[in-house]
Design a protein around this ligand. Structure first.
Ligand code: 2RA
Length: 332
């Protein structure tokens, strides 16, 4: 059986990655519809060697669509996803619009695949930083029950979109040619810098990006007890987010046991041989769907503490691949 699929936000960084992933994973597509704002309507895009014209997203775009993959920002999701559901489609939404709604499952297939089927027409894709952390956390949680997570992220420019990626490249070019460095996409110059500010600040001093890690982790692990403290930082890397993660567990979890669990975990590539300079890095994880995990060690600041480092491609596993995997769960 093949399905009619719409990609909403097709011309964006994640939208383009959706097409790569659908093609790579040979998702059974009968008709493909590429949708975007009126500004991008009329653009031509390729899928599996065939040319498609991007159409303007309207409330009538979803007739006969079975699955709609949305990545066009929260306000467009809020406005148009209900129309897609009304037309009979199941929406897999990559924005933050519905993630914390009680009747919308938030799903990482390696973590809580069963939740995907309990949908009312919309399934939310978590924030990329949460996905990349949760893929390795799940098997550790199942074994040792996580009580606390302290995480610092190293997030690449492309997490902020195609224009932000361009800005880092243009800053690099401007610096090398002695031109003035322009700053538009980020709060500060990203080149030769790190910026501890992703999304807007909330009343408790954490940013929204940091609170997503707190809320989404608890929702997907079905636990109101896990405490998560995140510091999210933008770094001058083009693709793939990395995270330094410290967990405190109820049951003792040795580095050896963690390595054993992670070497069998789906979605994880255990890459942990510091003597051979083998540890996760964004350049390694870019262009791949596995989350690289390494630097696993017993934490010396906490009893029952374990630290590790993870890198994952946030456009792929952190967004498009995860969404397509959710769609695969639906058609299974
Ligand atoms: C970022 N996590 O990297 C965001 C994208 N959703 O900016």
């Amino acid at each position: 059986m093949a399905y009619n699929v719409a990609v909403v936000g097709a011309t964006g960084a994640v939208g383009k990655t959706f097409l790569d992933i659908l093609s790579e994973r040979k998702f059974p597509i009968d008709n493909l519809k590429l949708l975007a704002s009126s500004k991008s309507a009329g653009k031509k895009m390729q899928y599996n060697g065939k040319e498609y014209t991007v159409e303007e997203l309207t409330h009538d775009s979803f007739k006969n669509i079975d699955i709609a993959l949305f990545s066009a920002g929260a306000s467009r999701s809020k406005e148009f996803a209900p129309s897609a559901v009304k037309a009979g489609a199941v929406v897999v939404d990559n924005s933050s619009a519905f993630r914390m709604d009680n009747d919308v499952p938030l799903v990482v297939p390696e973590v809580n695949p069963e939740d995907a089927l309990k949908n009312n027409g919309i399934i939310a894709n978590p924030n990329c930083t949460t996905i990349i952390m949760l893929v390795p956390l799940k098997p550790l949680h199942d074994y040792a029950k996580i009580k606390r997570v302290v995480v610092s992220s190293y997030q690449s420019a492309s997490g902020a979109g195609a224009a932000a990626t361009m800005e880092l490249m243009e800053q690099t070019k401007a610096w090398s040619t002695g031109e003035p460095i322009e700053v538009k996409a980020f709060a500060h110059q990203l080149l030769f810098n790190v910026i501890p500010h992703i999304d807007v600040f909330t009343e408790n001093g954490y940013t929204k990006e940091e609170m997503k890690m707190y809320n989404e982790t608890r929702k997907m692990l079905h636990s109101d007890e896990i405490k998560v403290s995140a510091t999210c930082v933008r770094v001058p890397v083009l693709t793939a987010h990395s995270e330094s993660v410290l967990i405190e567990t109820e049951k003792k979890l040795t580095p050896e046991k963690a390595r054993e669990l992670l070497s069998n975990a789906s979605g994880v590539k255990l890459y942990d041989n510091p003597d051979e300079k083998q540890y996760p890095m964004p350049l390694l994880a870019s262009g791949q769907d596995l989350c690289y995990v390494g630097r696993i060690r017993e934490d010396i600041a906490y009893d029952n503490g374990l630290s590790f480092f993870v890198s994952g491609d946030q456009l792929r596993k952190g967004a498009a691949t995860n969404a397509v995997q959710i769609a695969e769960l639906l058609i299974k």
